[in-house]
Design a binder for this molecule. Structure first.
Ligand SMILES: Cc1ncc(COP(=O)(O)O)c(C=O)c1O
Length: 477
């Protein structure tokens, strides 16, 4: 497939990134004004501004009101970015369930320093307000809700979900939304609706281990796609794959990849959608981190770009508001009937009270204020964690620069073994996620993911520092 010609603003953005990478533009340096840049490059002011905003969204520049754009200092530290992955173009049978179960058992142990599980700390969420909403719903209508609700889910909640989708450019009716038990059930419904045993699914590499687990449990195979730590999947590589192999669906966590924290550029998303449509391959989109962005605007999900023509959208409130409520949703478009049949077979319907409480919370208008708070907090956490990594991890450590979410992906020298570090870290009371669980073919053994979903404190700082020291010791042996 021909690579689409980058827009002028993307060319300018690439040029600036190149100048930052080769040291011509140092952290903290102020960039020329948009007017100057537009004159120098003979482009319009709005094109220059678009380039700056793109880099701001990626955390590479920061805007200071009344002053201009600066090269971000905190997030562009001394450490390089992890390498782009280059997995082999062969479908893997997945065998990850044991490793995932062991990780989740440790990650939910409150006695360990919590760097393992990518779940926000309940203390940072609106737990008290949700408690009150839940108590109110139970007090007022508890008996009425002690029934099977409609399989689509509580209408008030579906209305709120549809209203929020409008805000990100996707016109949705409440009837398009099916409430699920977290994003996990939404993904299971989507995958089982589009693929049968033995089929292959194209995924990012690295990817969220839950995808791999579900793929394994459904008897599917995985094609791992080359993935860049800031741009996401390589659309050309997907094109080559689709020319050669049958692929039942593509499953992407586009805003933002777990564990890399990157979002694909909108032009790449559009190319990918056009490519999949040509090959008649559905896209399953996981947008569970979409509200936790650090840029100026929420990156558009795929479904807002193709109007849902070929996209099955899955999300939940787990990363931003209420992981314990287990409320997610799916918008399945042409696959809605198949998804509904599976929903009825797998779980009939969801629990009503948590849905009513969430609907009441969303109706109150408090969600956006809450999101603004946690976005700032997670971004600060990631910057602090990066600084601690810079001073304590071995030379040659590379670290991601997330544009959203609350996890960092670290790549250490090739001979480093994150499984060995995992066992040692547990003995020191620290949990993290070893790299190989993020790959169907168990790559990334020299990588690891650290979660920054808890309020920063000395215990977490010491945990990260200790991990760095243990990694130094391992590499010095
Ligand atoms: C990309 C991604 N999707 C889905 C989930 C699970 O979502 P839920 O808790 O809503 O089932 C996670 C949890 O880590 C995740 O990282």
């Amino acid at each position: 497939m021909d690579t689409p010609t980058p827009y002028r603003y993307e060319q300018l953005a690439e040029l600036i990134v190149g100048m930052i990478d080769n040291g011509a533009l140092a952290p903290g340096v102020r960039l020329p004004s948009v007017r100057t840049v537009s004159e120098q490059h003979r482009i319009s002011i709005s094109t220059a501004l678009q380039a700056y905003r793109l880099l701001e969204d990626r955390g590479i520049l920061v805007a200071r009101p009344q002053s201009g754009f600066y090269v971000a200092a905190a997030r562009r530290g001394a450490l390089a970015l992890p390498s782009a992955s280059r997995p082999r173009a062969k479908a893997s049978t997945v065998s990850i369930s044991g490793a995932v179960a062991a990780l989740l058992e440790h990650a939910s142990n409150a006695g360990l320093v919590p760097l393992g599980c990518a779940v926000p700390d309940a203390e940072l969420l609106q737990s008290k307000r949700l408690d009150m909403a839940l108590a109110r719903a139970a007090r007022q209508h508890g008996t009425r809700y002690n029934i099977y609700c409609a399989p689509q889910g509580e209408p008030r909640l579906r209305r709120e979900i549809a209203r929020r989708a409008m805000g990100i450019g996707h016109a949705l009716s409440p009837d398009d939304v099916l409430v699920t038990s977290g994003c996990t059930e939404a993904l299971t419904l989507a995958l089982s609706a589009v693929a049968k045993r033995g089929d292959a699914i194209a995924i990012e590499s690295p990817t969220y281990f839950g995808f791999l687990h579900t793929i394994e449990m459904l008897g599917l195979k995985a094609f791992e796609l080359p993935t860049d730590p800031t741009r996401g999947v390589d659309v050309d590589a997907l094109a080559r794959l689709l020319d050669m192999e049958p692929v039942a669906a593509c499953l992407l966590s586009s805003n933002f990849n777990n564990p890399l924290g990157c979002a694909m550029a909108e032009t790449d998303k559009r190319s990918l959608l056009a490519l999949l449509a040509r090959h008649d391959v559905p896209l399953i989109e996981d947008d569970v981190y979409g509200d936790v962005y650090f840029g100026r605007e929420r990156p558009k999900p795929f479904i807002a770009l193709d109007g849902g023509a070929n996209t099955i959208y899955c999300s939940s409130f787990s990363k931003s508001l209420a992981p314990g409520y287990r409320v997610g949703w799916i918008v399945a478009g042409a696959y809605a009937q198949r998804v509904m049949e599976r929903k009825l077979a797998f779980s009939l319907c969801g629990a009503v009270l948590p849905q009513v409480a969430l609907a009441a919370f969303l109706e109150s208008g408090a969600y956006d204020t809450h999101l603004r708070t946690i976005r700032r907090l997670f971004e600060e956490n990631l910057a602090r964690m990066t600084r601690t990594i810079e001073t304590s991890f071995p030379a040659g450590t590379k670290v991601s620069r997330p544009a959203g979410g609350f996890a960092l992906w670290l790549e250490l020298p090739r001979r480093f073994d994150s499984r060995m570090l995992f066992d040692e870290a547990l003995e020191h009371g620290i949990c993290f996620a070893p790299g190989d669980v993020f790959s169907a073919s168990r790559r990334f053994r020299n990588c690891l993911r650290l979660s920054a979903g808890h309020a920063w404190n000395d215990r977490i700082d010491d945990g990260v520092r200790r991990l760095g020291q243990l990694a130094q010791i391992q590499l010095g042996r």
